[in-house]
Design a binder for this molecule. Structure first.
Ligand SMILES: NC(=O)c1ccc[n+]([C@@H]2O[C@H](COP(=O)([O-])OP(=O)(O)OC[C@H]3O[C@@H](n4cnc5c(N)ncnc54)[C@H](O)[C@@H]3O)[C@@H](O)[C@H]2O)c1
Length: 374
């Protein structure tokens, strides 16, 4: 059990709904921040609920509405399967709680757009909503964006992402309980494939994070293969996009490297990135996997190589920093990052890729603009 903090009203109190695999990392920021705590856990699974309650010193709830009625809860962290996200977020906002909603925020745009009226009404009452996507808080990614802003690579000309999902059961990485796999294999619960939709939300957000111009068109090949232990994965895939403005492209390649031993403390997935500019290049060599003993970020600029060996690069730090940022937004009353509009743009990008692959055509993101007032 974590050491109890002073839980006076000066301390922001989070109630988690869903205490499964990712709750390990999502709790870190709440537990480490001196002015925050995990005060409640709601999970349908009795064993999970009790284990989290004693681990965090939190009050267990079997019923989500009962947790929402607890006036001591300020913020709701939603970490349940995707098809539950929007309804749970709406219920929490209506109960006057700030909401942090895990990616992907919804299974479709129709599902997602139901949030708007509730988010807008909550904002008028000073209640915050944000989607949580941790790659945007990963220190090597934050450094890459800073180097771009400082002009180190000139104009960004290309963003290339690569994900290789590795060998399960090699002794590396997390144990993923079969229950956490099961709902992900049902498109009505997950909204899309494990690679290009679930994990994809991170990568599509990275596609948007390093270029200020919006993504205009997407073209995707997404193949689906059977996994050796049963189930399917939407890989290999090759997704390319064009940004608005000057001609420049991004790409994300997904590879099912099912025999690859990915050194990892988390998921056995190797994610890396290369950003090319008019006068330099940035390589991000680390993320959740730890394949190469290289600097997490390497910059080549004006003919000089700089390797950033000492920045923090444990993937878990992205969860902590994202939670600290939300706590700061709530304390200062400023709109959190990945707000309702920004999160929708990433979801639209992810869905455009699915449509492109299914319909074998290039898809313009304008097809997915939200009708105002809808
Ligand atoms: N940011 C990341 O990198 C990252 C990584 C993994 C998962 N996630 C997201 O976190 C969410 C959860 O993923 P996970 O891997 O932890 O899944 P999981 O299956 O391990 O955990 C889900 C938990 O929700 C509980 N649950 C299901 N329905 C519920 C309900 N109606 N009320 C209360 N509890 C309920 C389950 O009992 C389970 O404990 C998903 O949205 C996923 O996309 C994000």
């Amino acid at each position: 059990m974590s050491e109890k903090k002073n839980t006076s009203r000066e301390v922001l109190r989070a109630g988690f709904v869903g205490g499964g695999r990712i709750a390990d990392l999502q709790a870190i920021g709440w537990l480490e921040h001196p002015e925050a705590t995990v005060a409640a856990i709601c999970d349908l699974n009795e064993a999970t609920r009790s284990a989290r309650a004693s681990e965090w010193g939190a009050k267990p709830y079997a019923d989500f509405n009962e947790m929402l009625a607890d006036e001591s809860i300020d913020v709701v962290e939603i970490l349940t399967p995707h098809h539950l996200h929007v309804d749970q977020a709406i219920a929490a906002l209506e109960a006057g709680k700030h909401v942090s909603l895990q990616k992907p925020p919804a299974t479709s745009l129709e599902d997602y757009d139901r949030l708007y009226d509730h988010v807008d009404a909550a904002a008028e009452r000073g209640v915050q909503f944000r989607v949580f996507e941790n790659f945007m808080w990963y220190p090597p990614h934050v450094l890459a964006r800073k180097l771009i802003d400082e002009g180190e690579i000139g104009e960004v000309l290309s963003v290339r992402l690569i994900t290789a999902t590795g060998k399960q059961g090699s002794g590396q990485g997390w144990h993923i309980p079969p229950e956490a796999h099961a709902w992900r294999l049902d498109p009505s619960l997950a909204g899309g494939g494990m690679a290009t939709f679930d994990h994809g939300y991170h990568c599509f957000h990275m596609g948007r994070m390093f270029v200020d111009d919006p993504v205009e068109t997407v073209h995707a090949f997404i193949n689906v293969i059977e996994l050796p232990g049963g189930g399917m994965i939407d890989a290999p895939a090759m997704i390319t996009w064009r940004y608005a403005g000057m001609p420049r492209f991004g790409s994300w390649e997904v590879i099912a490297s099912l025999g690859l031993d990915v050194r990892s403390d988390y998921y056995v997935s190797d994610d890396r990135m290369e950003i090319r500019g008019s006068k330099g290049i940035i390589w991000v060599n680390q993320c959740q996997g730890r394949l190469l003993e290289e600097a997490p970020v390497v910059l080549y600029s004006d003919g000089v190589e700089s390797a950033f060996h000492t920045i923090e690069w444990d993937w878990a730090s992205s969860f902590r920093d994202g939670t600290f940022a939300l706590i700061e937004s709530i304390r200062s009353g400023t709109r959190p990052r990945l707000d309702v509009d920004d999160a929708r743009a990433t979801l639209a990008f992810a869905i455009a890729a699915q449509v492109s692959a299914a319909e074998h055509r290039e898809v313009g993101l304008a097809e997915f603009d939200r009708e105002q007032g809808s």
